[in-house]
Design a protein around this ligand. Structure first.
Ligand SMILES: NC(=O)c1ccc[n+]([C@@H]2O[C@H](COP(=O)([O-])OP(=O)(O)OC[C@H]3O[C@@H](n4cnc5c(N)ncnc54)[C@H](OP(=O)(O)O)[C@@H]3O)[C@@H](O)[C@H]2O)c1
Length: 309
């Protein structure tokens, strides 16, 4: 990408999209194209075509999607599959029609089979059933991967589906529908504000997860846009596993709350591990830079400045 290339970030107000904008600005890319959801609904084919015809982006990051937690996925499965299929279909097709040079489509690690060998390698996609609660969302994402492959094969496009580990950071969703890290930040902050002596968390605290600071995620996306010469699906994450209990302790320290953490072991734990195999991107010379403590501090600072009244 040249510094003046026309770069469209779809979903720029979201967790991932806003980090992409920060990363592109920090590297002095000057020609960034954005539209809010209100200004351009990507599920509307005609509107997407008019946008591509007018703006003619050269590079596209697709970070727009209907995203949500278990409750939202369970309650609105039709919207999750329909909207995500529509967004991908319209954006990829118009990117092909209007000659986009390269496109990155953000998929998610939840599309790996539920019972997947750990760490999860790209060749294990499509080998088993995924977690039923996010199947409609996940099936749309898998279709996106196949759509990239099909367009690349038939039309010679460069559409790259990428699978980042679960992210956290500024613009994360801290409500009840958020990921575990954001939910814990909100919970411990509340415990501090209300002087609570104890916080109870679900499960044993033993499951391990990868926590990916979103600015590192965006850095990896730019790296792939500029240096990845292949077009096959690729994973990336920090490659460091942290148990929920360790995470809770670290967040407690960052928030500065001094009470006790209790685990309700009658509640389910979920998978013991969900680790992406990021060996391919590491072999290309990329690795994550922001340690969990630093990412947590930045996130908590953002949360208290913007989300707490
Ligand atoms: N968060 C993660 O941990 C993570 C990890 C790996 C991959 N990803 C992938 O990255 C992508 C973005 O995730 P995110 O966490 O950044 O989600 P997010 O914070 O919810 O952001 C989604 C963005 O898409 C926009 N959007 C939704 N529907 C739209 C539509 N019909 N037309 C136009 N814009 C629309 C949203 O705008 P409004 O808010 O105004 O609706 C928002 O700007 C997803 O594909 C996700 O699977 C996320």
């Amino acid at each position: 990408m040249k510094k003046t290339s026309r770069i469209y970030v779809a979903g720029h107000t979201g967790l991932v999209g806003s980090a992409l904008i920060r990363a592109l600005r920090a590297r002095s890319f000057t020609n960034l194209i954005t539209r809010t959801h209100k200004a351009l609904d990507l599920t509307q084919q005609g509107a997407v075509e008019r946008f591509f015809k007018k703006e003619r982006p050269e590079y596209v990051f697709v970070a727009a999607a209907k995203v949500g937690g278990i409750h939202a996925n369970n309650t609105y499965p039709a919207e999750f599959i329909q909207q995500n299929l529509a967004i991908q279909t319209h954006v990829l097709d118009m990117a092909y029609k209007y000659g986009v040079k390269k496109l990155l489509l953000l998929a998610s690690s939840c599309i790996y089979p539920k019972r997947c060998r750990q760490p999860m390698k790209e060749d294990q996609l499509f080998t088993g059933l995924m977690e039923p609660t996010n199947e409609p969302y996940g099936v749309a994402k898998l279709a996106g991967i196949k759509m990239c492959e099909a367009y690349n094969r038939q039309y010679g496009t460069q559409f790259v589906p990428v699978i980042p580990a679960n992210a956290y950071g500024p613009n994360d969703h801290f409500g009840e529908n958020g990921h575990v890290l954001a939910a814990l930040v909100a919970k411990f902050h509340e415990a501090k504000s209300k002087n609570k002596k104890k916080v109870t968390l679900w499960g044993t605290g033993k499951p391990k997860r990868e926590f990916f600071f979103v600015d590192d995620l965006a850095d990896a996306c730019l790296f792939l846009m500029e240096r990845y010469r292949e077009i096959g699906v690729i994973n990336f994450g920090p490659g460091v596993e942290t148990s929920i209990a360790q995470l809770a302790k670290r967040i407690q320290k960052v928030v500065g709350w001094k009470g006790d953490i209790e685990f309700d072991t009658t509640r389910p734990d979920g998978n013991p591990r969900r680790l992406l195999d990021s060996s391919r991107i590491r072999a290309l010379g990329w690795s994550a830079k922001v340690p969990l403590e630093d990412g947590l501090r930045i996130t908590y600072d953002w949360y208290t400045r913007t989300q707490v009244r």
